[in-house]
Design a protein around this ligand. Sequence first.
Ligand code: NDP
Length: 258
Amino acid sequence: MGIIEKLRLDNKKAFVTGGARGIGYNIAIALAEAGADVALVDTDEGTAKASAEEIARLTGRKTLALKADVTKKADVDSMIESILKSFGRIDVAFCNAGICMNIPAEEMTLEDWNKVININLTGVFLTAQAAGKVMIKQGGGSIINTASMSAHIVNVPQPQCSYNASKAGVIQLTKSLAVEWALKNVRVNCISPGYIGTDLTLSSPTLKPLIEKWNAMAPLHRLGRPEELQAIAVYLAGDSSAFTTGSDFVIDGAFTCI
Ligand code: NDP
């Protein structure tokens, strides 16, 4: 079998949190194009439903839209139950839901701090733990978490210490799970995107005005496009990456090199 065939995900069963739009949507459609059935999990049920229907129409794969808040264990558990009911197994878990808050550290309330940490770090843990349990039982699987280049550098000029800390936590969580579950055939990796043009950046009143500044700093002088994360997602999801676990893939147009 050639490498392109080995990259295919035919008959795999996947889910993506934060899958309704942005990076999650682009990853979900890539997994479906490669042959997987995909569940889109999101707090925004309406958009998740429209996106799931769109992916099914474009790829011919089975899709599901599920409402779940990744910070709530009961939501995560019932989301896993619904996926198992419809798909029978879980081969690929993409823990991607995340938010950013730009607040100076000296003004940050504990509530604001907890909000970001709960979604970006605890949400990834709860989702990966629930998927990992299923994968251990069934004999294997691939978990991919969305970290960020903000785990590696401190973004400027916007203040975002809770986001940066949460994403650094995602990388170390990824490595910890990869080691714990290595012999259970459950691989755990993460991606660390640079600035990507999604609602998180393009529609944020605080971040949008900074795009010109970021582009001036960026070696490629532009934002990344969410579809530029699709190939790594397909690679990490499938069996051709069997020796790849505990790794973090920085995809940032060399932003963190400067
Ligand atoms: P978007 O804001 O475009 O999409 C995020 C999606 O996640 C939304 O549909 C949102 O739903 C959903 N979501 C938010 N909170 C929860 C929750 N508690 N449970 C379930 N779903 C939730 O963001 P991006 O696509 O840009 O970002 C996706 C991931 O990539 C995030 O983890 C982000 O930190 C990371 N990232 C993004 C970068 C960028 O420049 N865009 C760069 C590096 C990393 P709702 O609309 O209801 O809030």
